[in-house]
Each structure stands twice: as C-alpha cells, then as structure tokens.
Write a protein that binds this ligand. Structure first.
Ligand code: PHE
Length: 447
C-alpha cells in the first residue's frame, strides 16, 4: 500500500502509459457523448471544428499536462504549488479536483446505464424492438430512480476497487488488454453498418460540413467535447504524467493518445450515423429525433440485433463500453485520490473510500434530477475544462521555466523533439487566444 512517504508508483512500460492514458481519453466521451453532440450540433461542421480544436488546442494542452505532472511528480494542486511556490496557480489544480467530482457524478451514471444494457442484452429484452420502442425503453429506465441508482453505486465501487490496487497492478493491468478489444469490435460494427441501405446519407451527415450550422455556441461545444474526450483541462493527465517514467517520450505519447482518441470518436460516428439513416428510411426517424443522451442506447441495439448473433454481440458491446467507461472513471477518481493522499496525507485506501463516498452524494442527485445531470455535463465539459486548459497553456507558455520544459520534452537532450518550436508557439499564442475567444463568445450566446 502506498503511503505519502513510500516511493512513488509508476507505469511500468511505454505501452502501459499509452494504454492507461488512452484508456482515460477513450470512453463514453467518444462513443456516447461525441455522437449525440455531433448529431445535435450540425454533423460535419461540428466534426470539422472539433478536429481543429484537437490539433491546435487539445494536443498542446495534453503535452503541457504531461510535462507539468512529470516534472513536479505531484497531483495537480501540489504540482502547481511546487512549480510556482507562493503564487495562486494552485487554484487551477483545485479547480481540477472540483471538476473531477462533477465529471464522476454524471459520467458514472451513464456508465451505470451500460451495466443495465449488459443485463438487458443478456436477458434478451432488447430483441425485436424497433427504435421507437427502444427509445421508450431507455426513457422509462432513466426515469426510474432505483435501478439507475443501483448501477451507479455498483460502478463507482468498481472504480474504487481498481484504484485502490494502484497504478501498475490496477489501472495498467486491465487497460492493456481491454482497450484493443473495444477497438476491434467498433471496427467490425462500422464495417457492417456501411453495408446497410441508406448508410451513405449518414456518412455524408458526418463528413460533409454545412457551415451554416456553426454558431459560437456550437464552436464552444466542439471545444468542450475536444477537452472532454482527450481528458484534458482538469489535471487527469497531470496526475498520470506524474507516474510516467523519465525515459518516456512525452510528445510521442501525447500524439499516440490524441490520435487513438480521435480515431475512436470518428469510428463511433461511422458506426452510428449511417445506422440512424438506414433505420430512418424504414422508421421515419431522423437524427434530430434521436440525438440526445439516449442515442447510443437506441441505435446500437437496433444495429446489433439486425445481425445474426445479435444478442451476444450486444452483450459484448455493452461490456466493452462499460470497460471503456471504467478506464476513464478510474483516471478521474485517481485525480481526487492522489490529491487526498498527497495533500491530506491519507493512505491510498482511506483516500479512495472517502473519494467514492463523497462522489456518491453528488452522483445520487444527478441520478434523481435530470437538471443536475445536464448541468454537470454541460458545465464540466464546456466551462471548467476549457478554463483549466487555458490556464495550463498560459502557465507553460509564459510562467514555467523554459529550461524545465525543454528538459521534459527532450528527456534532457536524449530525444530530438523537433516539434518544440511549433508547440511553444501554440501554447504561448494560438491556444490561449483561441480558447479565450471561443469561451467568451460561446458563453455569451449560451446564456
Ligand atoms: N475522456 C473521457 C471520455 O472520453 C472522459 C474524461 C474526461 C476522463 C475528463 C477524464 C477527464 O470518456
């Protein structure tokens, strides 16, 4: 058991780091949130802005988080205290811990839904239902309070159980096996969906940008989705960065993680939108009537059950979705736990139990009140994460010692890291200015 005095735990291998960080990034954000945000906010135009946000803002923020974490060897709050003693930068770390509570409180609810769908797939109750019936089923499940609550408690406990085991023997061990499996399954589904009649319309919706759909609020949501999906802006990757060994190449790691995350989000879109349009031809449904939080829970069962062996496929799919969610909830809980261990000097066990219990209080509210759920979902992604990201790039671009930054990115001269000048330009100017503009305009029109 790790206490605050024993040597710091770390990821054991390069693949372990990437699997854990990609495990954090890839989750419900890609497969549940991305499709409905894209569906509601204009399809291709949203995707276009999203991709630009990933490249020009998300990637630099991710590299910055890794290097802050690895150089400080601390939780986000402690990292800023150490790197900027006596300055108020630690408030960003604190905001990250608050964001972690908020995200866990609604995200784990959705993760709980995946458990319900594993159970229903297993029982076979999703079989022979058309999308309208599946939507009815989803809505009535969500309005019940007892079942979603039960699944929430099970899921957050499961998360706590992995986190207690630590980095190498908990997080790393599971993510390494399960993430590749999810990828294979998603590829299989996309390929199948593309053969359905009407699939092309879905692909067109996803990839053909209609810029008249863009508004400042949509751009803010694309930015929020990019942050949410990459797990950046709140210190998850500062925390993970603090467990990365000194010999790993941070730039290359960030590129792999962001690349994998973006690939999976687009793949989820390819599995879902053609299906909606294929079903839409028959059932006269369209994206706007389906695109809410239930989208994935409605379209995916309808696709899977139209294939022979649908029941097994659907059970498997929801198991993998639950796993993807778990590797993300673990990373969010880890932020709170590392903070409790290092700042409140609790043992890992006590820190985990306290974190799970306190998240559960907010979680119960978000199960029972859709308003709270929506508020946590919107505010964490579209406000707290971009704000955190803004300060993180400002910190590295303008305040952190340039020597430390360069040492971290080149491993003290061991790796070439030719991207550094571009990276520095992005963190100093492009990313902060872009976030600030999108943020101000977006909020202006959202309220
Ligand atoms: N990136 C995760 C997902 O896409 C969610 C997440 C957000 C995890 C923020 C950690 C921090 O599902």
């Amino acid at each position: 058991m790790q206490t605050s005095n024993s040597p710091r735990d770390s990821f054991s291998s390069r693949f372990g780091v990437i699997a854990a960080a990609a495990g954090s990034a890839i989750g419900l954000g890609n497969i549940w949130r991305f499709p409905y945000e894209t569906g509601v906010n204009g399809g291709g135009a949203f995707l276009f802005v999203y991709l630009i946000c990933i490249l020009l803002i998300g990637l630099p923020v991710m590299i910055s988080e890794f290097l802050i974490g690895r150089s400080a060897q601390r939780n986000p709050f402690g990292a800023f205290k150490k790197l900027a003693p006596g300055k108020p930068w630690f408030l960003i770390g604190l905001m990250g811990v608050v964001a972690a509570f908020m995200i866990l409180a609604f995200y784990t609810v959705v993760a709980g839904w995946t458990l319900e769908y594993i159970y229903q797939s297993f029982l076979g109750t999703l079989k022979d239902k058309d999308p309208v019936e599946l939507k009815g089923m989803f809505d009535s499940f969500r309005n019940e309070s007892y079942r979603p609550l039960l699944w929430f408690v099970i899921f957050i406990s499961l998360t706590g159980w992995v986190v207690i085991a630590g980095i190498k023997d908990g997080i790393e061990k599971y993510t390494k096996v399960l993430m590749p499996l999810l990828l294979l399954m998603l590829i299989g589904m996309s390929v199948y969906v593309l053969t359905l009649p009407g699939a092309f319309k879905g692909i067109e919706f996803l990839f053909k940008p209609d810029f008249s759909k863009l508004s400042s609020e949509v751009v803010l949501k694309a930015l929020g989705q990019a942050f949410f999906s990459l797990s950046i802006g709140m210190g998850t990757l500062i925390t993970y960065g603090s467990y990365i060994k000194k010999k790993e190449n941070l730039g290359a790691t960030a590129l792999s993680v962001a690349g994998a995350d973006t690939f999976i989000a687009v793949l989820a879109g390819v599995a879902i939108f053609p299906a909606i349009f294929a079903l839409g031809n028959v059932q006269s449904l369209d994206v706007s009537s389906l695109a809410d939080e239930g989208l994935v829970f409605i379209t995916l069962p309808s696709i899977l059950y139209s294939i022979p062996g649908g029941q097994i496929l659907s059970t498997m799919f929801f198991i993998l979705l639950a796993v993807a969610a778990l590797t993300s909830t673990i990373s969010v809980l880890e932020v709170i736990v590392t903070y409790f261990v290092e700042e409140l000097k609790l043992t890992r066990r006590k820190a985990t139990v306290s974190a799970v219990l306190s998240v559960s209080v907010l979680g119960v509210l978000s199960v029972l009140l859709t308003g709270v759920f929506g508020f946590l979902n919107f505010t964490s992604a579209n406000i707290l994460l971009p704000l955190g990201g803004l300060f993180i790039v400002l910190f590295v671009g303008w305040f952190m010692s340039r020597k430390v930054t360069l040492e971290e990115l080149t491993n003290k001269g061991e790796v070439r890291a030719r991207f550094i000048p571009v990276y520095l330009f992005l963190v100093k100017f492009v990313a902060p200015i872009a976030i600030a503009i999108i943020f101000i305009y977006g909020l202006w029109s959202a309220f």
